[in-house]
Write a protein that binds this ligand. Structure first.
Ligand code: ADP
Ligand code: MG
Length: 492
């Protein structure tokens, strides 16, 4: 199936081509024809599956462009408002459809001016309600979209949304998009949608299959070391680390910065300006690592996020889906990595069941494995590097014949720029230990006081079966008695 099969307005189709979209995503395939036929719609699909275009393209294709506000998109957060607005602007530009972005925390004047010129308003519930209730704006949009409806309800916007609808025309086409469909969403849908069609990208498809999911079992106090080791090992281009609390974000930012990483925190308490600057820096590559709370990272659409780390497992499955949906976007592949303590294994199992996917458990790589990985990467880089005349000249000036020692010298000089992998050798639990723990956790399920055997001593000494084949010597467990020697030496 191609986008041209939808018979969108030529200007809109041109924008699709310009955006480089080749094939419609599953939710787009299902939703676009239904919207074009004029149906109300309730659509469930995971984040990163192209919901913005799924509603944006068909409604824009049907707009008259008469200068009135024809479409209203309600989204949970300011970041999302800006993102969705950007994407819709891109689609509507050649068709002459302007967008206005409306959110709290800024002056009314400019926003009201923009709304007067816009065909589409993208708004957060609070500010939109303000504007409508105070009579500062009067709009009659025919197309109304609730984007990330589950998030809006989670954030407590139900009353605002209901109130907003009292100001909207009865004759309208209403579309509701959500990553998950809890009961509260269905109930809301019954109230605001008319004979809606349903699009649900089924469970296995809902979990974006481009995302490979791993979890690692570590003791509580090993989290920081585990995180640093895994980042050293995976070497992500861009990653987001999720924490549960702001406090944790701040602490980790300090810790990771001391380790020489380019990190920045993102949480709800930040000044809006600062958030925008930070997000831009992350998008443009000035920052490689974002450390964020769930709320702060809602809907964040940054391309090229290669890895999502859950420093702590989220409390509920829906947050998990939202978090990992920050990677694997736009058809790219991504990895989701979760750190759990032995006590949290049950939560992992529950999330696996709710989400309908299998996560793979792995053992945290040893220093040696990280080092080997890097050496491999270096060798690959060398093998792929073009030999230049300049390089040949340089080699000729060397005193020695080109023996193995010279080559080793050259390599060593390159390796020096890399940091050496620090920290204790074995972090976290081995596979056998994990399997045993899972078994026990599942057995103890529901039984009160089942945690009796959780003392850490019980599970020591199992073999760490590894999936890596790096031969090198392994320090075994005695490495554990030394204090962690990482002391914040600089990277780079
Ligand atoms: P969602 O709202 O479902 O989380 P978005 O609408 O934000 O997802 O889309 C995620 C990313 O995928 C965006 O960068 C968007 O431009 C891109 N995208 C959407 N549809 C397509 C498509 N058909 N082909 C390629 N990229 C797409
Ligand atoms: Mg979206």
């Amino acid at each position: 199936m191609k986008f041209t099969d939808f018979n969108l307005k030529p200007e809109i189709q041109a924008a699709v081509d310009e955006a480089g979209f080749k094939e419609p995503s599953p939710v787009q395939k299902d939703a676009i024809p239904l919207v074009l036929e004029g149906h109300d719609l309730i659509a469930q699909a995971q984040t990163g599956t192209g919901k913005t275009a799924a509603f944006g393209l068909p409604i824009m294709s049907m707009m008259k462009g008469d200068g009135s506000v024809e479409g209203l998109v309600i989204v949970p957060t300011r970041e999302l408002a800006m993102q969705v607005s950007d994407e819709l602007f891109r689609f509507g530009k050649s068709a002459g459809l302007k967008t206005a972005t409306v959110y709290g925390g800024t002056a009314y004047g400019k926003q009201i001016e923009r709304i007067k010129q816009a065909s589409i308003v993208v708004a957060t519930p609070g500010r939109l309600q303000d504007l409508l209730q105070s009579g500062k704006i009067k709009i009659n949009p025919h197309f109304i979209v609730l984007d990330e409806a589950d998030e809006m309800l989670d954030m407590g916007f139900l009353d605002e949304i209901k109130n907003i609808f009292t100001f909207l025309p009865k004759e309208r086409q209403t579309l509701m998009f959500s990553a998950t469909m809890p009961n509260a969403i269905r109930k809301l849908a019954e109230q605001i949608l008319k004979n809606p069609k349903t699009v649900s990208i089924t469970k296995s498809e809902t979990t974006n299959t481009n995302i490979t999911q791993f979890y690692y079992v570590v003791q509580e106090r090993e989290r920081d070391d585990a995180l640093v080791r895994l980042i050293d090992y995976k070497n992500p281009q861009k990653c987001i680390i999720f924490c549960r609390m702001k406090k944790e974000v701040d602490r980790l930012v300090a810790h990771m910065t001391a380790q020489g990483f380019k990190v920045s925190g993102l949480h709800g308490d930040m000044e809006q300006k600062q958030r925008e600057v930070t997000i831009r820096a992350f998008k443009q590559g000035g920052i490689d690592i974002f450390i964020a709370t769930d709320v702060a990272a809602r809907g964040l659409d940054v391309n090229d996020v290669t890895h999502v780390f859950n420093y702590h497992i989220p409390f509920d499955s829906e947050s998990y889906v939202h978090r990992i949906g920050r990677t694997g976007r736009g058809g790219k592949s991504g990895e989701a990595i979760t750190l759990v303590s032995p006590n949290e294994l049950r939560t992992i199992k529950r999330i696996e069941k709710d989400v309908g996917t299998k996560m793979t458990t792995q053992v945290i790589p040893t220093r040696m494995e990280v080092q080997n990985n890097r050496n491999d990467a270096l060798i690959t880089k060398i093998a792929e590097t073009q030999i230049t005349d300049k390089a040949i000249e340089l080699v000729k000036t060397l005193q020695h014949d080109l023996d193995i020692v010279t080559i080793a010298h050259l390599l060593a000089s390159m390796v020096q720029n890399e940091i050496s992998v620090k920290g204790k050798d074995n972090i976290g639990l081995g596979l056998e230990e994990i399997e045993l723990l899972i078994e026990r956790a599942m057995q103890n399920r529901g039984g009160g006081g089942g945690g009796r055997n959780r003392g850490r001593g019980n599970y020591r000494g199992g073999n760490r079966r590894r999936n890596s084949n790096s031969g090198g010597e392994r320090n075994g467990r005695h490495g554990r008695n030394g204090r962690n020697s990482r002391n914040g030496g600089g990277r780079s």
